[in-house]
Design a protein around this ligand. Structure first.
Ligand code: KIV
Length: 269
């Protein structure tokens, strides 16, 4: 089975074929979403909230990301695996970015990294690309800056903010990014950015005109309900199914109905 590559995403855009990206944080989920033939698995730093019970993505460490990325790359075989560079593992310097991305590729087995921000991270993007690391950008609502934004709010509204986002998008493309996540921005702005860029845009809360879409797996499966943004469509109620199944198991154990004879071993081989 041939793995999807970073350059292959540009071909999908050229052929007007939508890119499907979803998060995963462990081997089991990676295997399941890979079987659904997604193009990209994102080991997002959203794992801080979804897997580790944190309030934001800010406390996520590089060790967390390496551990979960290695788990994902052991499970998925086809999709391109992109791992997030967590907060303050790349913003401070080019060398920090190179070292952090190096661990995600060498120890985690990721094929690309994603980082947040525009103009301020261009030297990091250029250096990573020159070093042979495919880089996905991320603009709009960049959750690592949540304390600066003051909450999860739509970004890029108004002429100035929209122009700045467009400039950042073009600069990231120029610096060598192979794709760009656009999070929580007006659909019209996302459509304009998508038309202007040669690299693909992947939207989350950015409307239907992006070249692809990404969702957090646990949101779309109904397994994580702490935040419920309007852009999340729930494709299943797996959380409810888990609670119901485990309750049934509990009832049967307490009633002495489980395990039955078929779940045990006899004396004879
Ligand atoms: O961390 C993450 O899951 C992300 C997506 C929301 C794009 O960055």
């Amino acid at each position: 089975m041939r793995r999807v590559t970073a350059p292959a995403l540009a071909r999908l855009k050229k052929d007007k074929r939508k890119i499907v990206m979803v998060t995963a944080y462990d081997s089991t989920m990676a295997r399941l979403v890979d079987a659904a033939e997604v193009d990209v698995i994102l080991v997002g730093d959203s794992l801080g909230m979804v897997m580790l019970g944190m309030q934001t993505t800010v406390p996520v460490t590089l060790d967390h990301m390496v551990l979960h990325t290695a788990s994902v790359t052991r499970g998925g075989r086809r999709a391109l695996v992109v791992a997030d560079l967590p907060f303050m593992t790349y913003q401070q310097s080019v060398s920090a970015a190179l070292e952090s991305a190096g661990r995600l590729l060498k120890e985690g087995g990721a094929q690309a990294v994603k980082l947040e921000g525009g103009e301020t991270v261009l030297p990091q993007v250029q250096a990573l690309v020159q070093a042979g690391v495919p880089v996905m950008g991320h603009l709009g609502l960049t959750p690592q800056s949540i304390h600066a934004f003051g909450g999860y709010r739509v970004q890029g509204r108004g002429q100035n903010a929209a122009s700045k986002l467009m400039e950042d998008a073009l600069a990231l493309e120029q610096a060598g990014a192979f794709a760009l996540v656009l999070e929580c921005i007006p659909s019209n702005l996302a459509a304009r950015v998508t038309r202007k860029l040669a690299i693909p845009t992947i939207g989350i809360g950015a409307g239907p005109k992006c070249d692809g879409q990404v969702l957090v797996l646990h949101d779309m499966l109904g397994m994580f309900s702490e935040l419920q943004p309007v852009f999340v469509k729930r494709y299943a109620e797996v959380g409810q199914a888990i609670t119901e199944a485990v309750s049934r198991y509990g009832e049967e154990v307490r009633a002495g109905e489980f395990p039955g004879p078929e779940h045990g071993y006899g004396d004879k081989p």
